[in-house]
Design a protein around this ligand. Sequence first.
Ligand SMILES: Nc1ncnc2c1ncn2[C@@H]1O[C@H](COP(=O)(O)OP(=O)(O)OP(=O)(O)O)[C@@H](O)[C@H]1O
Length: 457
Amino acid sequence: MTRAISLRNVTKTYGRNVRAVDRFTLDIAPGEFVVLLGPSGCGKSTVLRMIAGLEDITEGELLLDGERVDGVAPGERDMAMVFQNFALYPRMTNRDNISFPLRMEKSSEDPRPRVEATARMLGIEDILDRYPSQLSGGERQRVAMGRAVSRRPSCFLMDEPLSNLDAKLRNHLRAEISRLTRELGVTTVYVTHDQAEAMSLGDRVAIMRGGVLQQVSTPRDVYAVPANIFVATFIGTPRINLLEATVHAPLDGRMSIDLRRQRLPLPEPLSPDHQLLRIQQGRRIVVGLRSEAVRIATPAEARPGEVPISGLVEHMEYQGHEALVHFNTGSRPAVVADLESPRPAPAPRRRRRAPGAGVLSRWMESAGARAGSDPAPAMGPVVAVDDPDPFSRETPAPGAGRPATGTSDLVVRTSPDVQLRPGAQVPLLVDLAHLYVFDVEGRRICPAPSVLPGLDV
Ligand SMILES: Nc1ncnc2c1ncn2[C@@H]1O[C@H](COP(=O)(O)OP(=O)(O)OP(=O)(O)O)[C@@H](O)[C@H]1O
């Protein structure tokens, strides 16, 4: 059996001030693999622990197969948890560790065939009679998974199960977890702060920040259509390039995006997404360009939709299969705070509507309340630019965002054979089909969200 899990407006507060999870809404289908992803302290484990029944819910509802489970004890929820610290009984053999939950069930069934079958599934038949202290980290985590699997639970809850392992083993076990959960067809909720792990494992990825769900979508969609600048920056390696910009929209000329020293002329006729940028004229925006949106080539080589700029080579990072070139294009990079740093969830604050505020600000407020319903992003201060000015909402934490390396503002992928010397001026082509634009609140405005202000009534 596998089960549906629904969280409806679930909030968890600790004491008076810590709002670890804020109005979290998510429906997980039977057999689905959902990854909770976000920086340390964003509330992922708290959500998992509430599903397990290890933590009370302060407000909201949790339903398993459509039934509220507020008063149901953890042991009666038929869920198996796997933690990062393996949690095996040291005085029991691995065989006994795996069969322990079966023996606790006190069923008349002989546990041995199930233990053997589980061990075969995980490739640990030959270590069953050893003790946990005689195993490597990866073997211990396999035994811990064996203990979870042998019970044949209706749901797996995994809290960073691979984070104590080295990179090679992590990749190997990641593939095994994927195979195993698909084979068993059991609903799985998996917590991690590693975006590569989330993207490779999840049917859907739920990204959290400061207790608030930012977006829940397939791995493809969170990468290609991030709801806001936080998601765009958290997902993808190397990080998306974020440049401060303004829209230049003369009545009698071509519309362009001004990147301080250089301009990106928008191709005509304007696409519907680019037309909508006209209303941003005079406001400051942030342009997002993933490294694959820019290539090193001359204007003569431009394909339709590509526009030329140039960049000064700052330095190159050789990565084996590719090289990353750090350019200075004369733009001002923008960074997003709280990408890695722990951040206690703030106490709830009501945003006061300014007198005469229009439909846009009303939509911004209501979008905050609809944070769980994709594609509406959660609101809150998202953007912090590298100089203190009215655009900057908070001071970026040291190390937040892409590290400031000299004056580079744009990272471009290229073939490892390309040799560029620092200081060289290099022609670049920007593919405007891959242009992202975010407003000062960090919401994606290009490509335009499917729900537009004032049009969703
Ligand atoms: N028992 C508690 N009392 C007070 N605050 C708590 C308690 N448990 C968690 N918190 C706070 O709630 C917030 C969310 O914690 P949680 O463990 O869910 O984060 P997380 O995203 O899983 O982080 P990590 O990846 O570091 O494990 C954090 O700010 C944390 O300090």
